[in-house]
Design a protein around this ligand. Structure first.
Ligand code: 13P
Length: 292
């Protein structure tokens, strides 16, 4: 499987591929089931902590089994890798895509470290004749993948600068770039997550088709903003919190309705359906249905 082909098709076809996080087998199964029903390419992702809980080699093995069983192009992505050590762990486990998040570093150090990740990934690609997507990140992405009671306040200086984005891509050679344009991790009870579409248009104008543009924090953004962002060139959208909320609410309902139930797959049935429903809605919103 050549994972970059799928992002290239999304770029030319003006749709986006969802990158959905999982940390348990039934969430992965629900994501895959949604993609299968809608005939959609899909990216499944683990953060460092999610991968630690599941086991990266185990995640790769299970995704391999799903790929084989469904014939779907399922890309396995490390989300927000913070060190060469965790990028290596994912690549060695068999992940097809890695995201290096160097945004806690200053700009020059982010470039330096991202470039080191790109060099490592290119070496592996050559040695094993296997494509691996490497994603860098620029800008300050606030929040975490949970429900926040406080208001979201994004500052102008958090946003990705088009000039820096061009310099960053040229000097690191990343395949994909995660940008900050008003997005944040999580769902916010107060203060809407609105995208600065003008900023996105400027970034796209500067970078052209050189790089795949990625939007993190896909939960809680109004649908009209998502649609416009895709029109303007976003090709990968990361979603986690909305799946977590659906999972938790399904579980709470099941436990409340049938407090005596002890069979895990029965306890998890509503969670499974709820996660699958959210993924199907996102696939349709992103326009990746029937793209295989
Ligand atoms: P949300 O939790 O806001 O959906 O963001 C997920 C994400 O960006 C993972 O990297």
């Amino acid at each position: 499987m050549n994972p970059k082909t799928f992002l290239k098709s999304a770029q030319s076809g003006k749709y986006a591929i969802g990158a959905f996080n999982f940390s348990t087998a039934e969430v992965l199964k629900a994501i895959v089931a949604a993609a299968k029903e809608l005939n959609s390419p899909i990216i499944v992702a683990t953060s460092e902590n999610e991968g630690e809980f599941f086991g990266m080699p185990e995640a790769a093995a299970l995704v391999g089994a799903w790929r084989h069983g469904t014939k779907l192009p399922i890309i396995l992505n490390l989300d927000h890798g913070k060190s060469l050590e965790s990028i290596k762990k994912a690549v060695e486990a068999g992940y097809n895509a890695v995201h290096f998040d160097g945004t806690s570093l200053d700009y020059e150090e982010n470039i330096l470290q991202t470039k080191a990740m790109v060099d490592y990934v290119r070496r592996i690609e050559k040695d094993y004749s296997q494509e691996i997507i490497i994603e860098g990140e620029l800008g300050y992405l606030r929040g975490s993948s949970s429900v926040h009671q406080e208001a979201l306040k994004i500052k102008q200086e958090d946003l990705t600068s088009p000039g820096q984005a061009k310099d960053f891509v040229e000097r690191t050679g990343v395949d994909s770039l995660a940008i900050v344009i008003g997005n944040a991790h999580g769902v916010f009870a107060k203060g809407e997550e609105r995208l600065d579409l003008g900023r996105l248009a400027e970034i796209k104008e500067t970078l052209g088709e050189k790089v795949f543009l990625v939007l993190h924090g896909g939960s809680g953004i109004p649908e009209e903003d998502i649609k416009k962002a895709i029109e303007l060139g976003i090709v990968k959208i990361n979603v986690n919190t909305e799946l977590r909320v659906a999972y938790k609410e399904g579980l709470e309902e099941e436990l409340k309705e049938k407090p005596q139930e002890t069979t895990p797959y029965k306890i998890l049935a509503l969670s499974f359906d709820a996660v699958k429903k959210v993924v199907k809605e996102k696939i349709k919103l992103f326009g990746s249905d029937n793209k295989i």
